[in-house]
Design a binder for this molecule. Structure first.
Ligand code: ARG
Length: 585
C-alpha cells in the first residue's frame, strides 16, 4: 500500500484509545492541532472532564499514563488547565516523509476517500454570442480548482458548463443573419478573436435594427416561435451562433490554461425536451400552481416589496420556458441519470435567490432528497484595484482577454528582470505560466464569497502571498537539486532534526489532510494558505540549515530530501489549483 497515515491521524488514534481507556463510558474527540509550544496540542480533555465531572488536570495526567511514548510520541506533558503538549520523535517524522516520498503514484502517500460520491459541478458557463466577463472568469477558476481538489480525494466529478445558449434574443440574431447571410464566417475558418468580433458586430447590428424597425421586430418575434418549434433552417442558424461562440470560448479557456471538454458543455438548450415534462410533473404533484396563466411556485419566506410573495416562474403565460425550467430539468438529469450525490454550482452570489428557489422546488418534488446535497458556491464580485466595480476608464466592462493579456505582459516584465539568461521565447512561455497563475491564485486565495480586488501590481509581486512567490520557491529548489546532480536523495531517519526542519516536516505531512478539508468545505483558499505557509517554512529552513554545505554527507542528503519533497508537494498542490510551476524562472 502506497498510502501513508498522517502523523496527526496516528497521534489522534493513540489519544482516542488513551481517552477511552481512562473513561470507557464517555467518548471524546482529542481535538488535536498543531501548536507553537510543542508539535501538537490536544484540547479534548477539557470537554471530557466536563462530561465526566472530573478535574481536567487530574484527568489529563491519567490520560498520559495510558499513552505509550516511544516510536511516534516522544514526549507528552500536561499544560494549562488540562491540555496535552505532544512532541513527535524525529525518526517518526522522517520515516513518515520517506514513505510519502517513496509513493510513486504521485499522491505523496495521501489515501483516497473511503466512500467517494459523485459530484456534478456546474462551472465556467459563459453565454452564447456574448463576451465573457470577469464574473465568468471566477466561475471557471474556482470551479476548476474545486474539481482538481475533489478528484484528488477520489470523488468522481462530472463537469457541466451550463452555457446560456437559448432565449428570446436568438430570434433577433437569427432573423438578422437570415436577412444578411455571410455575416458570420464558418466557425472552422475563424480564430477566437475573429469569432467574437463577428458575433459582436452581428449582435450590435441586429439590436439596432430591432430597436428601430417595427417590422423587423415582428419578424424577430416570429423567429423565436420558429426556433422553439424546432424549425430546421432556424435551428441551423442557431447552431452557427453556438459553434462560433465555442471557438471563442475555447480560445479564452486555452489562454486560461484550462481544459474544457466538449461533452461537458451542456447548455440551457440541452434541457428543452425535458422542460414540458418538468412543468407537467410539478403541476401534477401540486408543487407548482397556475397564476395569471403562468405556472409558478411560491415560498413562504421569499417575499419582495410590500411583502408580496416572489414566485419562481416555471412556465410563462405565453407557454415559454426560461432559466428556472432549464435548471429544474437539469437537476432531474443530474440526479436521476448521472447519479449525482452532490450538485455543486459555482455561480455569482447574485443568483443565490434563484438557486434557493430552484433547490426548494426540487426538494418538494422529491428530485432532491437526503441522498443528494445541492450547494451554490456563490462567489463575490470582482472589483478594480480602487475597490470599485471593475470597469475600464471609459466606464465599460473590461474584456476578459485584455485582462489576461495584461497579466501575462506584467509577468513578462517580472520574469525578464529576474532571469537575464533566458531567450525571448522562454520569457514568453514562463510569463504565461506566471501571469495566468497569478490571476488564478489571487482569485483562489480570497474566500470565494467575498468580493475581491483585481490588482495586477499586487498579483505579480514577488513578496507576499502570491503565486509568483510560490513559483520562485519551487524554481529555487529545482536549481539546488540540479546543483546536487539531480540525484534522488534518501532520508536519514537516524539524524536529529533542526527546529526548522521539524516545522517543515510536520507541515509536509499535513498536505493530504489539508486537501481533504479544503475540498470538503469547498475552500480553495485553505489550500493556497497551506502552500504559502509551506513556502515560508521552506524559506526559514533554507536560511537556518545549510543544504549543500551541511556538516556530513548524510546531512546533505537528508536536507536535499526535504527540499525535493517540498518541491513535489508545492507542485502537486499548485497543480490541483490549475497553476503551473516552471522548473526554472
Ligand atoms: N450562463 C449563466 C450566466 O452567465 C450562468 C449559468 C449558471 N449555471 C446554472 N445552472 N444556472 O449568468
Amino acid at each position: 500500500m502506497a498510502s501513508v497515515t498522517s502523523l496527526t491521524d496516528l497521534v489522534s488514534k493513540q489519544l482516542t484509545s488513551a481517552l477511552s481507556a481512562t473513561r470507557p463510558e464517555a467518548s471524546a474527540d482529542p481535538l488535536l492541532r498543531r501548536s507553537d509550544r510543542a508539535d501538537f496540542q490536544a484540547n479534548g480533555i477539557l470537554a471530557l472532564a466536563k462530561k465526566a465531572k472530573a478535574n481536567p488536570r487530574d484527568l489529563a495526567t491519567e490520560v498520559v499514563s495510558h499513552l505509550t511514548t516511544g516510536d511516534v510520541i516522544k514526549d507528552v506533558e500536561v499544560s494549562g488547565p488540562g491540555f496535552l503538549n505532544i512532541t513527535i520523535a524525529d525518526r517518526a517524522v522522517l520515516e513518515n516523509l520517506a514513505a510519502r516520498y517513496a509513493d510513486d503514484t504521485g499522491r505523496l502517500g495521501v489515501p483516497l476517500a473511503a466512500n467517494p460520491g459523485t459530484t456534478v459541478i456546474d462551472y465556467a458557463q459563459p453565454n452564447v454570442a456574448k463576451e465573457m466577463h470577469v464574473g465568468h472568469l471566477r466561475s471557471a477558476v474556482i470551479g476548476d480548482a474545486l474539481r482538481g481538489m475533489l478528484d484528488f480525494t477520489g470523488e468522481k466529478t462530472i463537469g457541466r458548463h451550463h452555457i446560456g445558449d437559448w432565449g428570446t434574443q436568438f430570434g433577433m440574431l437569427i432573423q438578422y443573419l437570415m436577412e444578411h447571410p455571410g455575416e458570420l464566417a464558418p466557425a472552422s475558418e475563424v480564430d477566437g478573436e475573429q469569432a467574437m468580433s463577428n458575433l459582436n458586430r452581428v449582435y450590435k447590428a441586429s439590436r439596432a435594427l430591432f430597436d428601430a424597425d417595427e417590422a423587423f421586430k415582428e419578424r424577430a418575434r416570429k423567429r423565436v416561435v420558429a426556433l422553439q418549434s424546432g424549425d430546421k433552417e432556424t435551428l441551423e442558424l442557431w447552431q452557427q451562433f453556438v459553434d462560433e461562440s465555442k471557438v471563442y470560448f475555447y480560445s479564452v479557456f486555452e489562454k486560461l490554461d484550462m481544459e474544457i471538454r466538449d461533452d461537458e458543455i451542456v447548455g440551457e438548450s440541452a434541457y428543452n425536451e425535458g422542460m414540458p415534462e418538468t412543468a407537467r410533473l410539478l403541476e401534477e404533484m401540486g408543487v407548482a400552481e397556475r397564476s395569471e396563466g403562468a405556472l409558478v411556485v411560491f415560498f413562504d419566506d421569499i417575499r419582495g416589496k410590500d411583502d408580496q410573495p416572489v414566485p419562481l416562474i416555471v412556465q410563462k403565460a405565453d407557454g415559454g420556458f426560461g432559466y428556472a425550467a432549464s435548471d429544474l430539468t437539469a437537476i432531474r438529469n443530474r440526479v436521476l441519470d448521472l447519479d449525482a450525490t452532490t450538485l455543486l454550482y459555482v455561480v455569482d452570489v447574485r443568483q443565490s435567490l434563484h438557486f434557493k428557489m430552484v433547490f426548494e422546488t426540487a426538494r418538494r418534488a422529491g428530485w432532491l432528497n437526503e441522498g443528494v446535497t445541492a450547494h451554490n458556491m456563490g462567489y463575490g464580485t470582482v472589483l478594480g484595484a480602487d475597490g470599485k466595480p471593475f470597469k475600464t476608464r471609459e466606464g465599460e466592462t473590461v474584456r476578459l482577454e485584455d485582462l489576461l493579456d495584461e497579466a501575462v505582459q506584467r509577468a513578462a516584465e517580472v520574469v525578464r528582470e529576474k532571469a537575464r539568461d533566458l531567450t525571448e521565447e522562454e520569457i514568453q512561455e514562463r510569463a504565461a505560466q506566471v501571469g495566468i497563475g497569478a490571476v488564478k491564485y489571487a482569485d483562489l486565495s480570497t474566500s470565494p464569497s467575498r468580493d475581491y480586488k483585481f490588482d495586477l501590481d499586487q498579483m505579480v509581486s514577488l513578496n507576499g502571498d502570491t503565486s509568483v512567490y510560490l513559483q520562485y520557491a519551487y524554481a529555487r529548489i529545482q536549481s539546488i537539486l540540479r546543483k546536487a546532480g539531480d540525484v534522488r536523495p534518501a532520508a536519514h531517519p537516524e539524524l536529529e532534526l533542526h527546529e526548522a526542519e521539524r516545522a517543515l516536516g510536520l507541515h509536509l505531512d499535513a498536505f493530504g489532510d489539508t486537501v481533504f478539508e479544503a475540498a470538503a468545505e469547498y475552500a480553495p483558499h485553505k489550500l493556497t494558505a497551506y502552500l504559502y505557509q509551506l513556502a515560508s517554512l521552506y524559506t526559514s529552513f533554507y536560511d537556518k540549515c545549510p543544504v549543500l554545505k551541511a556538516d556530513s554527507p548524510q546531512q546533505v542528503e537528508n536536507r536535499l530530501f526535504l527540499c525535493d519533497l517540498t518541491a513535489r508537494t508545492l507542485t502537486k498542490g499548485m497543480a490541483l489549483l490549475g497553476i503551473r510551476t516552471p522548473e526554472r524562472l
